[in-house]
Design a protein around this ligand. Structure first.
Ligand SMILES: O=C1O[C@H](COP(=O)(O)O)[C@@H](O)[C@H](O)[C@H]1O
Length: 261
C-alpha cells in the first residue's frame, strides 16, 4: 500500500451545551449524507463508541426524515472485542440506541466478525475487518484516497477520551505508529475492555470529513493540549482530506488557551 498525505487544518466550533453539540453533529451528518448520496449513491459513515452513541439519536427527528438510509454503509472506527450482544460492544450500543430505529439494510452495517468477537480474538477480528474494508474498496463502495490505495470514508464521527485517545489509539501505545495496516488491535487497552480493534491513523486521516465531538469538563485538559499541538495525544494528530472539525461544548473548551478562542 502506498503512503498517504491527508492534511488539513484543525477547525473548531464551541456550543453552549452537550445537547447543542449533538444537534449540530446530526445536522452536519445529514448534510453530508445528502451530498454523498446524490454524488455517488452511497454514504460511507464511520462511527465511534462512547458518548457519541447517544448523540446519534438526534438524527431521528422529523427534520431529517428525508435521509436516504438505504444508501448508508456503516462502519466502526474501533470496536471492543467482546460478544456482539455484550453491553460493552460499540455495535450493540449503537444498534440499541440508533440503528434499530432506521431502515439501513442490515447487510450495510459492518460489525466485527462475530466468531472472533465471541472468542475474544482481537488479532483475528482486525484481520477480518481489514479484509472486509478491502472487499468494499474493490466493489467501489468505499472510495480510495487519491492513488494511495487507502480507503477513504465520506464521514467519520469521532470522540476523545480524557487521556486524549481517539478510536482505540491510546497515548504511549505503539498502535498510533502503525502505517501499513488498515486495522490494528490492542489487547491491553488502558480503558476497559482491554481487547479492541481500531482503524490506524492513516485510515482515519484519509477520510473526507472528520468530526470530533467532545463534551464535558473531564476532557478540558486534553482539549487544551490538542489545541496546543501536543502530539503525544493521538487526537492531536487528527486531520482529514477535506475537513477536520472539532465540535466542543463550553465545558470541554473551558481550558483552551485564549489565542485559540
Ligand atoms: O472507548 C472508547 O472511547 C472513545 C471516547 O469515548 P467517550 O465516552 O469519551 O466519548 C470512543 O471514541 C471510542 O470509540 C470508544 O471505543
Amino acid at each position: 500500500m502506498a503512503s498517504y498525505s491527508a492534511n488539513t487544518k484543525r477547525e473548531k466550533k464551541v456550543f453552549d451545551t452537550e445537547d447543542d453539540v449533538a444537534k449540530a453533529m446530526a445536522e452536519y451528518t445529514f448534510n453530508l449524507s445528502k451530498k454523498f448520496c446524490k454524488k455517488r449513491g452511497y454514504f460511507t459513515i464511520v462511527l465511534s463508541g462512547g458518548d457519541l452513541v447517544l448523540w446519534l439519536k438526534k438524527l431521528l427527528v422529523p427534520e431529517y426524515a428525508e435521509t436516504e438510509w438505504s444508501k448508508w454503509h456503516v462502519f466502526w472506527v474501533d470496536e471492543r472485542v467482546v460478544p456482539l450482544d455484550n453491553k460493552d460492544s460499540n455495535y450493540k450500543q449503537t444498534l440499541d440506541s440508533f440503528l434499530s430505529e432506521v431502515p439501513i439494510p442490515t447487510s450495510n452495517i459492518y460489525a466485527i466478525d462475530q466468531n472472533c468477537a465471541a472468542l475474544g480474538d482481537a488479532k483475528g477480528a482486525a484481520i477480518v475487518y481489514e479484509e472486509c474494508i478491502k472487499r468494499l474498496v474493490n466493489q467501489n463502495i468505499i472510495r480510495t484516497y487519491k492513488s494511495s490505495g487507502f480507503p477513504q470514508f465520506d464521514l467519520q464521527l469521532l470522540g476523545m477520551g480524557p487521556d486524549g485517545h481517539m478510536a482505540s489509539l491510546f497515548p504511549g501505545h505503539y498502535q498510533i505508529k502503525e502505517k501499513a495496516s488498515l486495522v490494528t488491535y490492542i489487547t491491553n487497552s488502558p480503558k476497559l475492555p482491554p481487547k479492541r480493534i481500531t482503524f490506524t491513523l492513516p485510515v482515519i486521516n484519509c477520510a473526507s470529513y472528520n468530526l470530533m465531538a467532545v463534551c464535558g469538563e473531564a476532557q478540558a485538559d486534553a482539549v487544551a493540549k490538542v489545541f496546543k499541538d501536543d502530539f503525544n495525544l493521538p487526537s492531536a494528530r487528527l486531520t482529514a482530506d477535506t475537513q477536520a472539525i472539532w465540535y466542543l461544548d463550553k465545558a470541554a473548551a473551558s481550558k483552551l488557551p485564549s489565542e485559540c478562542l
